[in-house]
Design a binder for this molecule. Structure first.
Ligand code: BYC
Length: 325
């Protein structure tokens, strides 16, 4: 089984409350942290928001790898700003998850123990500078496609966090495309690097939207609760439709001979990713899973003295406040 057994069913909840809750969702109302909610709704949000937060934090690693090797000072400053943005996104999302009654420490421990996931895409290596372009263009492009609808998600803190995140992701996508333009319109060697990056990142980017709808275990309930606004396949199709013309403009070839405009459906036909590879990656067996978790474990261990210091300071201040009252 590749999915966590977080139940989406609201088994022990009062039926009358459930009906009233669903009516609020259907009416487009936002659910706020102190409102009554079914246990399954709370757990599903913690799973999705926590996974998203972890993705932002782990997502810094493949790009952080290139900060010291960016080709110009300007590119370095831009990449640094982007990676810092990802840290900020992780923090807003951990805060949104905390409003549901789970601490950031608990979420981090669940990530490090392998109980919680992060996006499959970050288990692929970034081998050349062109990969920074491909990550911005394709990975941030896919993230935007996934996250723009989530600005309308039913849980207030998640929807509000998503507004700012999407604005920043747009900048990230543009900076990636800008790198791709420079490379694709540069020397033949640069163009070859851009094509190679597209070849390696195309299918992993398609996998970001999750398994095909027939294999998606959470979609139906998450969509009924408006935790998720579209199916995985709908978003994947939109992403392909947006990206193919962008590749054409760059003079690059999508590494899939089946890509072809289909007049009847008003979208491109394309090949499905290799789903067995996807399931291996999310089970922990991708090219960089071990390396990514080791890096997060090290950061957690190295930060222990700082967290202890903050807690000691907070408790000293609280004691001083009580003494002064
Ligand atoms: N990677 O029933 P399904 C970003 C899991 S971008 C890993 O369809 P659901 C960033 C899924 O969690 C990425 N696992 O599930 C970008 C479930 O397993 P569990 C972050 C995946 O939840 C650039 C199982 O497969 N964005 O942060 O309805 C730079 C069954 O799937 C993946 C978000 O997270 C995957 N690709 O839909 C820096 C957006 N796909 O949890 C950072 C919000 C599926 O039961 N998240 N799984 O063990 C979502 O929209 C949804 O969670 C998903 C999947 C589309 C990911």
């Amino acid at each position: 089984m590749y999915a966590q057994m977080v139940t989406s069913e609201a088994t022990n909840d009062d039926p009358a409350k459930l009906v009233a809750f669903q009516a609020r969702i259907d009416a487009g109302e936002k659910i706020e942290p102190k409102d009554w909610m079914p246990e399954g709704y709370r757990k599903t949000l913690i799973r999705q928001i926590g996974q998203h937060a972890h993705s932002e934090i782990v997502g810094q690693l493949p790009e952080g790898n290139w900060i010291t090797r960016a080709p110009t000072l300007e590119r370095k400053a831009i990449l640094l700003a982007k990676v810092q943005d990802e840290a900020g996104h992780g923090l807003y999302l951990y805060c949104a998850a905390e409003t549901l009654g789970v601490s950031r420490d608990e979420l981090t421990e669940a990530l490090l123990s392998g109980k919680m996931k992060y996006s499959s895409i970050f288990n692929y290596p970034t081998l050349t500078w062109a990969d920074m372009g491909a990550v911005g263009w394709l990975v941030d492009g896919a993230a935007i496609m996934n996250q723009v609808p989530l600005q309308r998600t039913s849980f207030g803190p998640y929807a509000r966090a998503m507004v700012r995140i999407c604005k920043e992701e747009s900048f990230h996508q543009r900076q990636g495309y800008d790198i791709m333009m420079k490379m694709a319109f540069g020397t033949p060697a640069q163009k070859a690097m851009a094509q190679d990056a597209l070849n390696r990142f195309w299918y992993p980017s398609l996998m970001m939207f999750g398994p095909s709808d027939k294999d998606s275990v959470h979609s139906a309930q998450s969509m009924a609760w408006k935790i998720k606004m579209n199916t995985n396949d709908e978003l994947r199709q939109k992403f392909v439709d947006q990206t193919v013309p962008q590749a054409e403009y760059l003079g690059l070839t999508i590494p899939d001979p089946a890509v072809k405009w289909n007049e009847d459906k008003g979208g491109y036909d394309f090949s499905e990713p290799d789903w067995s590879e996807f399931f291996e990656v999310i089970k922990g067996n991708g090219p960089c899973n071990a390396e990514r978790l080791e890096a997060r474990q090290k950061a957690w261990d190295d930060g222990a003295w700082f967290r202890d210091g903050l807690m000691a300071h907070a408790s000293k201040r609280a004691t001083a406040k009580v003494a002064a009252e």
